[in-house]
Design a protein around this ligand. Structure first.
Ligand code: MTE
Ligand code: HPA
Ligand code: MOS
Length: 749
């Protein structure tokens, strides 16, 4: 089954926030933001800006009737700042005008006087100055001190991984419309409609029921709209509350790039201990997370770094610590992988450095330590249905790893200007929100009297095709043609108190709720059909738009049963609630069973480096991925491809750059390079691993949104191997992205 949005996407008919038909009296918003990263506001003069024809009002913190607080996990972030500036791009005021052009003109006329203060831009500086978001977190397993005492090799090192811009095609935006009695309806490009509703109610000082949030679909989110779609919607809503007119606010690309947070840069140190037979017996790491100026989701992201710090390996003695460092950058936020990729880059770097020093190939160490059934993760969960070795071996076998490596050695022996490198990247990713209470979802299913069906869930469609999966669950369970099922917008009045669409768990959580609702409807309809056919409900089932009795087709259609159910006054609506069983986590002990299951996979990456220029191409990425039993392989392979390219971009070319004053230099697509059609791997092969699937995955089809991003880490080490093949004096460094400039320096150091 194709993505149900594909036709309207291709025809340009799909609706996004900016496509909404606006009311005639609509006004337009624009943020006036801080032009320094740290300082005290001495004076602001809005008079000239306000005097322009068409400027309706400029809103500041003084106009907030509720609480000036948008922090989610920690209440440490103002909607509009008062006197202090904490990052370049921090919202100070909100200009509302009759057009965007007028608002832009007005923005240039605001005069601000600031006493500048020194800015912290790196996590290391923050740590030195004791500037943190919250207390550090540490996971412990076994006894690393004792284990290091018995190691044959101990290797220490440091790593850096840069941030990453989400670059969703649709920028942040919303349209807020006043309804009657002070109610406001907000259409938002958000992954978290409930967060938008909750924070809007808090800032406006009204109950949540006065705020309705509707989401049609997103032109991409990638985590960037889990928390950071909220402030824009709240600003528009404050304006609506005062002006009683609709306000549209869609950020232009420059404003979006400057004002929003990104993937967290990490500076980390590691110590890894191995025995002669290459068993990793001890691992310690300290992760410095550059959180930016407010908590946002940083504490949860930091936690996931610890969960994935040992990737696909079993290490019996582990001590990992993460510090969320408060800096003067825009608050960094969720990004596909949610801190996991940053953790995995460190263990892969540690293994690469150990291999270099010991003088073995990295993959020998990787393979010797792959996770096995009943191994313990550092957070206490026992690994079951483990596919780490299976995906590794299947990849090596099916893709003829030995042949690939042989060809690369041959190529390198025969060429001086070009060198090739290969790497293997196993991944293990935990599925569930790490915060157990968030693992819940609901679905509301209506069967209309003509037999057509409307499905509402808490899931937000953002290109990952979750709506298609929800539709598949509904039509299969109801036994009707897919064209009879419609996926409704995501709306807080139909499905309330939702968790954001995130953690790759949306299809599992919402899909299970859809399944439950449809099963309940079918059990009611079975009674109706049994009465019509003088049989027992247990003998009835629904298939191909018809009723079957003991698997023999009856003359009664789906529509007949629905019509009879109306006459019998049987409820044709069902609301179901699902929560993930089994999972739990005790933060006081840092132990538990936080994940419903894990997703596994292995990627083999081959690259060619031009040793004159430092430029490189990714020749191929070949992946064995654990989809469980995929319910839609086309969609799932699309997710692997997209995530892989995003991961390669993060590891190789996407270079976020702030200057010492905290100003974003990579503030446009001319200075921030993302993968394009020329830089994607020449070949991508993705093959599903044959497995039983997992019962906690929807229809045994495992979550797929985030895990494959981490295959991209393989590109870093493939390039590194090519550099090593050219320059025997190269000392491996772990400083991502591995841009052509860094490659060139590595080739000739
Ligand atoms: N795919 C597309 N096309 N667009 C997106 O914004 N977001 C990713 C992933 N795949 C994203 C995407 C992220 S960060 C997550 S958490 C998951 O989709 C969320 O959706 P799921 O839970 O339905 O997998
Ligand atoms: N993943 C993604 N988003 C989240 C999580 C998580 O584990 N927890 C809270 N938001
Ligand atoms: Mo995804 S980073 O959990 O939105």
């Amino acid at each position: 089954m194709k993505n149900i949005d594909s036709y309207s996407h291709v025809r340009g008919e799909s609706l996004f926030v900016d496509d909404l038909i606006t009311r005639q009296d609509t006004l337009y918003g624009l943020v006036f933001d801080a032009p320094v990263a740290h300082g005290i506001i001495k004076q602001i003069d809005y008079s000239e800006a306000e005097s322009i024809e068409g400027v309706i009002k400029i809103f500041t913190y003084k106009d907030i009737l509720g609480e000036n607080q948008i922090g989610g996990i920690i209440p440490d972030e103002l909607l509009w700042t008062k006197n202090e500036i904490h990052f370049w791009g921090q919202p100070i005021a909100f200009i509302v005008a009759t057009s965007e052009a007028i608002a832009k003109k007005a923005r240039k006329l605001i005069r601000i006087e600031i006493e500048k203060l020194p800015a912290i831009t790196t996590a290391k500086e923050a740590k030195a100055k004791n500037s943190f978001i919250n207390a550090p977190r540490s996971f412990h397993l076994g006894d690393t001190d004792n284990a290091f005492a018995h190691c044959d090799f101990i290797i220490e090192g440091e790593t850096f991984s840069n941030g990453q811009e989400h670059l969703y095609l649709e920028t942040q935006g919303c349209y807020a419309v006043p309804m009657e009695n002070g109610n406001i309806k907000i259409t938002s490009s958000t992954q978290g409609p409930t967060s938008v509703q909750k924070i809007t109610a808090r800032v406006l000082g009204v109950p949540m029921h006065k705020i309705e949030v509707d989401v049609i679909r997103l032109g991409g989110g990638f985590g960037g709209k889990e928390d950071q779609a909220t402030p824009w919607a709240v600003m528009a809503a404050v304006a609506v509350q005062h002006l009683k007119k609709p306000v549209k606010f869609v950020l232009n690309r420059h404003d979006d790039l400057r004002m929003t947070g990104k993937r967290h840069p990490y500076e980390s140190t590691f110590k890894i201990g191995l025995t002669k037979d290459l068993k990793i017996t001890a691992f310690e790491a300290e992760f410095l997370q550059n959180s930016g100026a407010a908590a946002d989701l940083s504490p949860a992201i930091a936690e996931r770094t610890l969960f994935h710090a040992t990737n696909s390996y079993y290490i019996p003695n582990v001590k990992t610590t993460v510090l969320s460092c408060k800096t003067n950058l825009p608050p960094n936020t969720a990004f596909r992988g949610f801190g996991g990729p940053q953790g995995m880059f460190v263990i892969e770097s540690a293994i690469a450095k150990a291999a270099h020093i010991i003088g073995v190939e990295k993959e020998r160490i990787q393979e010797a330590n792959l996770l096995d059934e009943n191994d313990t993760f550092s957070y206490g969960q026992i690994a079951t249905q483990v596919e780490a070795k299976n995906t590794w071996r299947t990849a090596a076998l099916n893709f003829k790893l030995e042949k690939i490596e042989h060809e690369v050695r041959d190529f390198n022996a025969q060429n001086t200007q070009f060198k090739k490198g290969v790497s293997i990247m196993p991944i293990t990713f935990g599925i569930s929100f790490t915060n157990t209470p968030m693992n819940n979802a609901r679905a509301l299913v209506h069967i209309y009297q003509d037999g057509s069906v409307g499905v509402s869930t808490g899931a937000v469609e953002m290109g990952q095709s979750v709506n298609t999966k929800m539709l598949q669950v509904a039509y299969k369970t109801l036994g009707i043609h897919p064209s009879k099922v419609k996926l409704e917008t995501t709306n807080t009045t139909r499905v309330a108190n939702t968790s954001p669409t995130a953690a790759s768990s949306t299809a599992d959580l919402n899909g299970k709720a859809v399944l439950k609702a449809c099963e309940t409807l079918i059990s009611r309809l079975s009674e109706v059909a049994a009465n019509m056919l003088n049989t027992k409900a247990g003998e009835v089932n629904f298939k191909n738009d018809a009723v079957f009795v003991n698997n023999k087709k009856s003359p009664i259609t789906w529509e007949d049963v629905i019509a009879q159910a109306m006459l019998d006054r049987v409820a044709l609506t069902e609301n179901a609630h699902y929560t993930t069983p089994v999972i739990h986590f005790d933060k006081t002990k840092e132990k538990g069973h936080p994940f419903a299951y894990h997703v596994y996979g292995t990627a083999i990456t081959t690259t060619t480096v031009n040793c004159l220029t430092g430029t490189y191409e990714i020749d191929s990425v070949k992946i064995i991925h654990d989809f469980g039993k995929s319910m839609n392989l086309g969609i799932d392979i699309g997710q692997v491809e997209g995530a892989l390219i995003q991961g390669i971009g993060w590891m190789t070319m996407e270079e976020i750059s702030y200057n010492k004053e905290g100003k974003l230099l990579s503030n446009a697509l001319s200075t921030y390079k993302v993968p394009d059609i020329f830089s994607v791997p020449k070949t991508v092969e993705i093959a599903p691993l044959e497995t039983k699937g997992n019962d906690m995955a929807i229809l045994k089809s495992k979550a797929v949104g985030e895990p494959p991003l981490m295959y991209g880490i393989g590109a870093y080490f493939a390039i590194q191997n090519a550099v090593k093949a050219f320059n025997p004096n190269y000392e491996p460094k772990f400083h991502a992205p591995f841009t052509p400039e860094k490659v060139l320096m590595g080739l000739y150091e």
